[in-house]
Ligand binder design. Structure first.
Ligand code: ARG
Length: 457
């Protein structure tokens, strides 16, 4: 396997450093299934069209099937010194079939071959990421259901703002992940065209049947332009971007989990199986997993930048730079899968401290808007009501009390519209339950949101 496919034109062996530098087998060998699948479709088409004798086509297909099962069983090991997975499999085939094996690469180039393999590989991986997202959303819906009426403070600027429910907060993430799924669907749909038959760049003079290979491989159609077929990596960039957005959502969620775990919040506690200790401080229980997810978001954004930067200056068609696509997109895929696989059970097993959420919601005057709204509902203009409520909050701070415990006389002194029913109006349960607007935090609204997400799933 040491003699190069192109040895005929060369007078020298490649330098050892060149071989190692040029080789991609260490990272593209993971596409061996897709490479064999693509070659089987290509060989079938070559036989059907009579480009190679049908008997040779059959022999090639049969031997490729053997190679696949030998690789799966470990009987055949991948040669780490091979140039790439495409060369390796073709070399094994030729080794085993002699002359017949040499016919496989008729009317094909490694350029359309590699473009095909990546699309096939990414198509499978996209489906896996999607099913992990589905699992995550099921856990989100289940947890939100349990906490549809668990009151917590809602924040802006990380300052207590208005009361919401924990279910409402969780369902906000469900919406983000739902959009992520549609982004994956979009990427998968645009990816699903077969570049096979583009050749090196200019198609081929053989009477190939691109529709047939496209159909055999489950693509929607062949790509429309052979130059584009071999030089397009939009589908890698698009998938990496979709993954980077998923990671950004996971990272924001992680950041909140980290805050919620702290003694300053103590809204949740992670299960011991999903937390770590310290080597020196015996009391510590650290949210390492959430922190790592937040950290890994950075590298996935980096992977997306790698792909964009790698492509931005490339003339048509194939350039070897493009071999760099695989490590970047594989890294993004591996990491989002790792993160989701660990994040989902971490979320599922956390303990929610409802009382701490409720107590936090009772502080910080988060019912001030509701107090102003009370006056508005009794006929006052909002801006006036806002001003009066601001005065009441200032008075509470001065008296070291809250709106719930401020005597009715103090209310009445500022507006005759106030009556004893103000206490019901600013009660946190009332504040949350009355936020019935579509998409809002009331238990009823949260249940509707859960229903919508479950139905979409
Ligand atoms: N290993 C190469 C890659 O990943 C395969 C394509 C090589 N084509 C070529 N003309 N050198 O891009």
């Amino acid at each position: 396997m040491s003699e190069k496919m192109w040895a005929g034109r060369f007078t020298k062996e490649a330098d050892a450093t060149v071989n190692a530098f040029n080789s991609s087998i260490s990272f593209d060998s993971r596409m061996y299934r897709q490479d064999i699948k693509g070659s089987i479709a290509h060989a079938t088409m070559l036989g059907e069209t009579g480009i190679i004798p049908p008997a040779d086509s059959k022999a090639i297909v049969a031997e490729l099937t053997n190679i696949l099962s030998d690789l799966e069983s470990g009987k055949l090991e991948i040669d780490p010194t091979a140039e790439d997975i495409h060369m390796f499999i073709e070399a094994v085939l030729t080794d085993r079939l002699g002359e017949t094996g040499k016919r496989l690469h008729t009317a094909r180039s490694r350029n359309d071959q590699v473009a095909l393999d990546i699309r096939l590989y990414l198509r499978d991986e996209t489906a896996e990421i999607k099913s992990l997202l589905q699992k995550l959303m099921t856990v989100l819906c289940d947890t939100a259901e349990q906490h549809a009426d668990t009151i917590m403070p809602g924040y802006t600027h990380l300052q207590r703002a208005q009361p919401i429910t924990f279910g409402h907060h969780l369902m906000a993430y469900a919406q983000m992940f739902l959009r992520d799924m549609t982004r994956l669907d979009d990427a998968a749909r645009r990816m699903n065209q077969s570049p096979l038959g583009s050749g090196a760049l200019a198609g081929t003079t053989y009477p190939i049947d691109r529709e047939l290979t496209s159909k055999l491989l489950g693509f929607d159609r062949p790509t429309a332009n052979s130059l584009d077929g071999v030089s397009d990596r939009d589908f890698c960039i698009e998938l990496a971007s979709a993954i980077a957005i998923i990671m950004t959502h996971l990272s924001r969620f992680s950041e909140e989990m980290i805050l919620w775990c702290s003694w300053e919040f103590k809204f949740i506690e992670l299960d011991d199986a999903f937390a770590t200790g310290s080597s020196i401080m015996p009391q510590k229980k650290n949210p390492d997993i959430a922190e790592l997810v937040r950290g890994k978001c950075g590298r996935v954004i980096g992977d997306t930048m790698t792909l964009l930067t790698m492509m931005k200056g490339l003339p048509l068609a194939y350039n070897k730079d493009m071999q760099e696509d695989k490590e970047a997109i594989f890294d993004a895929i591996d990491n989002v899968k790792l993160c989701l696989t660990t994040f989902i059970p971490m979320l599922e097993t956390m303990t929610v401290y409802k009382d701490n959420m409720r107590n936090a919601a009772a502080k910080g005057f988060i019912n001030a808007t509701d107090c102003a709204d009370y006056l508005v509902k009794k006929g006052m203009a909002f801006r006036d009501a806002y001003k009066i409520t601001g005065g009441l909050v200032a008075l509470c701070i001065e008296k070291n009390t809250d709106l719930e415990h401020l005597p009715i006389e103090d209310y009445k002194e500022r507006s005759a519209l106030f009556d004893n029913d103000i206490y019901t109006a600013i009660n946190l349960e009332t504040c949350v339950n009355n936020r019935l607007s579509q998409g809002g935090p009331s238990p009823e609204s949260v249940k509707a949101q859960i229903k919508q997400v479950r139905e979409t799933l």
